[in-house]
Design a protein around this ligand. Sequence first.
Ligand SMILES: *[C@@H]1O[C@H](CO)[C@@H](O)[C@H](O)[C@H]1NC(C)=O
Ligand SMILES: *[C@@H]1O[C@H](CO)[C@@H](O)[C@H](O)[C@H]1NC(C)=O
Length: 553
Amino acid sequence: MFTSSGSNPPTDRTPLLRPIFTAAQSTFLPRHRHRRHQKHRVPVFSIVFTLSALICVAFLAWDVSSFGYCYVTPLCRALSGSKGLEQLWWRNQGPCAPFRSQGLGGGKRGLPKGCEISQVTILHRHAARYPTAAAGECILSALKKLDDREVKIPSRHPEYAFLAKTDLKLRDWKFDGLMDQGRKQSWMSGRQLKQMYSQFIGKAEGVFTRSSGGGRVVETSGYWLEGFRGDKFQLKEKSKLPKTDVEIPEGEDYNNTLSVHSCPAFQNLAPKLSKLKFEDLTPLLEPTLNRLNTILKPHPRLEMDDLVCLGDMCGYDSQSKGEDWTGWSKWCGIFTKNEWEIIGHGKDLKRWYDLGEQSRYGPTMGAGYVNELLARLTDSEVIDSTTVNQTLDSDENKFPRGGKRFFVDFGHDNEILEALSAIGLMLQHRPLPTTFVPPKRTYILSRIIPFGARIAFERVSCQTGNWEPDPEAGDEYIDNPDRDSDGKRDYIRILVNDKIETASHVSCEFSGLANFGLCELDAFVESQQFSKQDVDWSICYEDDVQGQSLQTA
Ligand SMILES: *[C@@H]1O[C@H](CO)[C@@H](O)[C@H](O)[C@H]1NC(C)=O
Ligand SMILES: *[C@@H]1O[C@H](CO)[C@@H](O)[C@H](O)[C@H]1NC(C)=O
């Protein structure tokens, strides 16, 4: 009756009840009429029985599917829209989400005729890892309460039955370490990017890679390099993996643009805005807390912190099994759809308030990386007084001055967000709401910094003779004296997880190729006034608590 992948998939507005009813009517009513002169009771009974059975099945599937537990897969699919639940879970995993490509990818794909890549920088997050030690403690404490619950298997709640069989002590989890799925995903990313940029890499001056010093980042870079080189995937000891050209140590004592811990005012900020803003949201989660406490009767009762940590189990557990993705964990079913949206929005808003474009420290901590990027894009030396290690970056063996190179930097999620904030990409029109979940969420971390996230900064050189410049752009742009004598002009295109994000950037305003996400490089460099000039690193040494407020400018 239904195919889940047909050209006309059933949606909420074309529920399965209708077709089943018509089928039921056409099958049973004629027989009813036919038997009118015989006994009455049997057909009436069978009609009522059949209809109630159908209604029961439909309601059961409907009700239970909202928890993510499904008896009849096609029915649940039909009721939640195709892949509805999977999308819901993925969208609400925040920084623990598995990598999903968001677009067609870069390289020659999508470039207008006459344009070619002349430099690439990839900023790559490490791939899937187990919870950090600190998060692991929180998770284990919540799981302990569940382990000591009074209701082992709640009747009428099949979505919690798995708790009786699952390992609530997480014996095999290696906190802080990479998961096998992460290792494989790093390798795949290396392969994919090699393929995506094969044309450019074939002509490039070279490939140059850097890694932040943390174990999981270094390991990510190792598997990535193996994939990039075309080696086959194989789990191996860390020491046997290839190394990046430069490794920058992590810690408060180091200037490291890929892992910024040298801003004491941010490190010591207490409470952070993330905490304050998330507290505004917690009343919305009280009913969830009560629901779980009532159904499972954990001992002692779950608190809000426990709930937040349980909200990470779905993503972690799904990625912790084997080398390949096999599907979503049963943990994803412990919350309803609405509960997931609140939990997910909570994860997103925490990072945005701490590191987003309006935060006091986010753009400041991202400026160093942006200045390195600008140096590469303009083939010049790095000018920075924030997080750059001058010793390292003034050495051309450790920091080549741009050129036709393929650069890859391996680091962490925060630094990606900080760099995007400093650049002014993915800006929000208004601060994220903290007392409700907006119907249309525009800042979703699983799209920006999932495990293995990758931001591509492409320098693109275009033959400008072929196209007409935008007549509204004004004289200075129509005949720009900066244009190379060979009629070429440089552009930048930025992709976040394979999706072009530059089109809305301020530097694209006057670009004749904005439709392609290509912004003029000169305009882009010009637009980076914050990192080049305005950034004030001294706020990192102030010890006032004013930092809590958002910048108003
Ligand atoms: C800068 O880099 C050099 C060379 O790698 C290293 O010896 C030094 O400790 C680093 N300094 C800081 C402040 O990061
Ligand atoms: C590290 O950063 C600080 C702050 O910008 C700067 O004063 C110092 O010179 C830097 N150290 C190195 C080795 O670049």
